[in-house]
Design a protein around this ligand. Sequence first.
Ligand code: FES
Length: 550
Amino acid sequence: MEQPKQRIRIAFNGHQFIAEQGQTVLEALIDNGHFLRSDCGGKGRCGKCQVKIHDPDLTSLSPPSEGEVQILGEKQLAAGYRLACCTTPLRDVSLEIPVSSRLSASVLEKAPPLLLKKHIISETLGERPKNNYGLAVDLGTTTIAVYLCDLAAGRVAASIAMRNPQALFGDDVMSRISAISTEPDLLKRLQRMAIKTIEWGAQALIGSSRIEPTHIKTMIIVGNSTMIHIFVGQSPSSIGVYPYEPQFVEEKRFLAESIGLRFNPKAEVRTLPLITGFIGADTVSAAIAAELEDTPVGTMLVDVGTNGEIMFLGNEGMLATSCATGPAFEGATIHHGMQAVPGAIDAVQIHTKKRKLSYSVIQNQTGKNKRPAGICGTGVISAVAELLRTEIISKDGAFNSKTKHPNLRPDENGTPQFILVPPEKTAEGQAIALTQKDVRAVQLAKGALRTGIELLCKNTNTDLPRKILLAGAFGNYIKPQDALTIGMLPELTPKDIEGVGNAAGAGAILTLFDKRFAKKAKELSRSTRVLDLSTHPDFQDTFINSLAFP
Ligand code: FES
């Protein structure tokens, strides 16, 4: 029987809206511009998307699943708390969003990208009118970062980062492409999600900076090719099937109001150009921020996210490729994985003699000591590097039970796992462990990235890159030595590997400040040659050789 549409009323502000048939409460809330924390992307794992229903017999929502009972407990459930991502309305419902579940700007601050320091912006500005602001947006598959830029002063006035709510339709671009290909109506919904999130971020920045929305005259947006297609309302379906062609590569310009952005309907919105279906405006943006075309020949830019994009300046110009690293480096397919936010383990150390383990946890600015809640991508790489160094993992990736390390214990199915934090020391009272499956996911991810690097070198007759610039939020924090230990990068010295942070965001900001960057982006998009790994005759062998640890 078809489930009818239901009305959801938000108790504290009286706002009402209709939940579409089959929509979870979380989807309906996001669709209507109410943002909740959803650290696990709506997978029912983080427990952050709690709502409290106002319903005497608690029957207005679908019954709790086993997972929900485990996370919330009977007492919380009886008090009306539910996980918004795990439940659908059965009839009209009134609910409130507890403060701990609401997105707050303080939780989401994002520092200006590292690469900006390299550029002397004030010299390029000239005379500019006051109250002239722009927004630079890095629309990532996992995270959306919005930077409010004061164009007269040449500085980032404020910035914010939010989880991309499209993660409800899959962690990586392929899952979102396939969701849209199967159900074309989803394109509009995913577009609306991105736009509402950017609008939410823009309004938070406008409020905290006390400026008028009309002072924002321009917005530059970068992202991978799929994100840009969805943002402008064009289907990314062609990117999902061979020959993986995008519908367009050129930059797009339009007014904010034409796609429903309301902060200033007359602001000009501009996307940077793409190169191919899998090398998008974010890579172009990162390359212009790193001034890759002006670096010595042999410099390689590696942007690691759910997809790995690599650009290499060889003797014959710029060559680029992309490889499917999957979401492991962002912690997403890791059993206890989470984003690099407060509470995430970001480094692990195993002390060889005492066989003890220590770790560091990302803390927030309140100074309150946060217990570990999971492990982020850099933490995973660090843990795997340490396990390899201490031979608890062998070169083929299997746990080595002969080491008899006390933290190496079987899970309830008898599969070995390495306990990083015992239950009594974690935020949620459950042990945080690295499983055999996690190690395999890291092998696949690093194998894919290394294959891309090897084949780019081979195709430019180069033995090794001279220098690697590691971009992306992940690239900013990873220790070069860890990346070398697991064989994710070729045998350079750690000093030849430089973390350049969110270079894509830096490129968008620089384009706002200086039009010459837009020109550089166009030239780069036109002149970069592309190496297609999917049809490369050496792909299979190189990939298989890259799976083992060094
Ligand atoms: S439990 Fe993580 S978003 Fe719902």
